[in-house]
Design a protein around this ligand. Structure first.
Ligand SMILES: [Zn+2]
Length: 408
C-alpha cells in the first residue's frame, strides 16, 4: 500500500496509512496541535468545555482531538470574544487538536423556524428570537475566529429519510457551498473538510463522492446519517462511500459524523471509516450509565449496585476505576455532579480504549478474531443484531457463533 503523505500545500497537516487489514485502516493524521491515530473517537465538548471532564483528565487518557460546537460557541461567549481570548484552544486550555462543525446542524435542530435558499440558512435564534442568516462564508469566518485544526463546510442537510428531488438538489447545493467555503477560507493552519451528502440514495452519494473528492485536501466527511435511518441502511451507505473513496481518494481520512455506539464504531472502522464523534458516552454518563465490555451497559442507578464494591470495570485503567466503587457512584448518581464526571471519565476512556483495540487488531492483522471477541463481550447472550451479521458477512468476516444463539 502507498505510504504517500498528502497535504502538499499544508506542511503541518498530512495523513498517512500506517497499516491496513482488509478494508480497515490504521492511520496517522498530523494536525497543527497534535498527531491523531485513526480510527479515532472524538469526544464532544459542547460549550467550549467537556461536560464534567477537565483537559488534564482527557490528556491522561491520551485523547488527542475534541469536537467543539460552533453554534454554541458562536452564541456564548461569541466567536469574536473567543478570537480575542486567543482562540478556542487557549480559551479552554486544550493544547491538542480540535474540530469545529459548521454550526448548520445545531441551527436546524434547535431552531423552530428555518428557511434555506442558495444564499444560506435563515433561522430564528432560540437565544434572542432574531432571524439570523448563516452562509457558507459566515460559517468559515466564525470557524476561523475559533481557530480549530479541522473546520467543516456548511452543507445543506436534509432529513435522512427524505426522498425525491430535494435530496439531489441539497447534495448539489452542498458542493456549491463547499466552493464558497474554500473561497473564503484563508487560514492555512486549518484543514477544511467537505461533507458527502445524498441521504440513503447510493447513486446520489456516488455523484457527491466524485465532486467532493476533486475538492478535498486533507480529509473528508460522510454526513447526513445517524438521523433515524435503519441500521441496515446506515452501514450500507458507510460501506458504499468508503468503497468509492478507496477508488477516488484513498489518501483522505474519512469522518463519519454522529457515530458513537461501540458496535457502530467497530463496524464503521472495519468498513474503512477513520473518524467519529458523538455526545453519547458523556450524555449517557449523566444518567448514571457506564459503558462496559461485558454486556455493553451498566446502569449504576439500579439498586443491584448498592453494595457492589467492585470498580465499574476491573480491567479499566481510568481514574474512576482506579479510585471508586460501583456502590459509591450508585450512592451519588443523579444527585451529585461528581457522579456524572466520574462516569464520563470512565465512558470516554472506554471509547478511546476500544479504538486502541481496533488499531491493534489492524496492526496485527487479526481483525476477524477481534470482531468475534468484541461481539461476544457486547452480546453475551449472542443476540448479535442482524445488521451486524450482514455487515460482517459483506466484509468477508466469519462470526464463529452467530448462527447458534442457544448453543453453549
Ligand atoms: Zn474506568
Amino acid at each position: 500500500m502507498s505510504l504517500a503523505e498528502v497535504g502538499d500545500t499544508m506542511s503541518s497537516m498530512s495523513y498517512r496509512i500506517v497499516s491496513k487489514a482488509q478494508r480497515a485502516r490504521h492511520g496517522l493524521l498530523r494536525l497543527p496541535h497534535s498527531d491523531v491515530k485513526t480510527p479515532v473517537f472524538m469526544p464532544v465538548g459542547t460549550q467550549g468545555t467537556m461536560k464534567g471532564v477537565l483537559p488534564e483528565q482527557l490528556i491522561e487518557m491520551d485523547c488527542r482531538i475534541l469536537l467543539c460546537n460552533t453554534y454554541h460557541l458562536g452564541h456564548r461567549p461569541g466567536h469574536e470574544l473567543v478570537k480575542k481570548a486567543g482562540g478556542v484552544h487557549k480559551m479552554m486550555n486544550w493544547p491538542r487538536s480540535i474540530l469545529t462543525d459548521s454550526g448548520g446542524f445545531q441551527m436546524v435542530s434547535l431552531s423552530k423556524l428555518m428557511t434555506l435558499d442558495e444564499q444560506g440558512v435563515n433561522f430564528e435564534s432560540p437565544h434572542t428570537g432574531e432571524m439570523t442568516l448563516l452562509t457558507p462564508e459566515k460559517s468559515i469566518e466564525i470557524q476561523e475566529d475559533l481557530g480549530a485544526d479541522i473546520v467543516m463546510q456548511l452543507d445543506h442537510v436534509v432529513h435522512v429519510l427524505t426522498t425525491g428531488p430535494i435530496v439531489e438538489e441539497a447534495m448539489e447545493r452542498s458542493v456549491r457551498w463547499l466552493d464558497r467555503c474554500f473561497e473564503t477560507h484563508e487560514r492555512d493552519d486549518q484543514a477544511l473538510f467537505p461533507i458527502i451528502q445524498g441521504g440513503l440514495n447510493l447513486e446520489i452519494r456516488e455523484k457527491c463522492v466524485e465532486e467532493m473528492s476533486k475538492r478535498a485536501k486533507v480529509g473528508i466527511a460522510i454526513g447526513g446519517l445517524s438521523g433515524g435511518e435503519s441500521k441496515d441502511q446506515f452501514w450500507r451507505v458507510v460501506a458504499k462511500c468508503c468503497e468509492m473513496l478507496d477508488r477516488t481518494r484513498p489518501d483522505l481520512p474519512r469522518y463519519v459524523m454522529g457515530v458513537g455506539f461501540a458496535v457502530d464504531l467497530v463496524i464503521c472502522s472495519l468498513l474503512g471509516a477513520d473518524m467519529f464523534d458523538c455526545v453519547y458516552p458523556t450524555r449517557t454518563a449523566r444518567f448514571g450509565t457506564a459503558l462496559v465490555r461485558d454486556g455493553g451497559l451498566l446502569p449504576l442507578t439500579q439498586n443491584q449496585f448498592k453494595k457492589d464494591f467492585r470498580p465499574i470495570d476491573d480491567e479499566c485503567e481510568c481514574y474512576t476505576c482506579k479510585n471508586h466503587t460501583r456502590a459509591y457512584i450508585h450512592s451519588i448518581a443523579g444527585k451529585e455532579a461528581v457522579a456524572s464526571s466520574l462516569v464520563s471519565i470512565h465512558n470516554l476512556q472506554f471509547q478511546l480504549q476500544l479504538m486502541n483495540r481496533v488499531r491493534d487488531a489492524i496492526d496485527a492483522d487479526r481483525v476477524e478474531q477481534f470482531l468475534n471477541e468484541f461481539l461476544e463481550e457486547q452480546f453475551p447472550k449472542r443476540d448479535v443484531p442482524q445488521w451486524v451479521r450482514d455487515a460482517s458477512e459483506y466484509m468477508g468476516y466469519k462470526l464463529y457463533r452467530s448462527e447458534d444463539p442457544l448453543a453453549n
